[in-house]
Design a binder for this molecule. Structure first.
Ligand code: FES
Length: 88
């Protein structure tokens, strides 16, 4: 089980963090990854933070995502995670 943490700090919130959070939750459900990934929200996770980007962390991997790239980034990060082997 890994935590996928989405930053909901002020800058990330203004960049669409809630949309990213919902997209990730929908993707976890769609790919039946509920037993592999726990979605969490957190205030600033230290990835600060370009405008129009949201910081997120999966395991040790910190990355930037936007509402428009959320699905693509999710797939890439899940595939590159050494502890996840989902059928996506
Ligand atoms: S406000 Fe999101 S990483 Fe700092």
């Amino acid at each position: 089980m890994q935590d996928l943490i989405v930053c909901i700090g002020e800058t990330c919130h203004q960049s669409g963090a809630e949309h990213v959070l919902k997209t990730f939750m929908d993707l976890v459900a769609a790919h039946k990854l509920e037993n592999e990934i726990t979605i969490k929200a957190s205030f600033c996770i230290g990835g600060c933070c370009e405008q129009n980007e949201v910081s997120a962390r999966l395991g040790d991997s910190l990355f930037q995502v936007s509402p428009e790239t959320a699905e693509q980034v999710f797939t890439k990060q899940v595939h590159s995670s050494p502890t996840l082997n989902p059928e996506v």
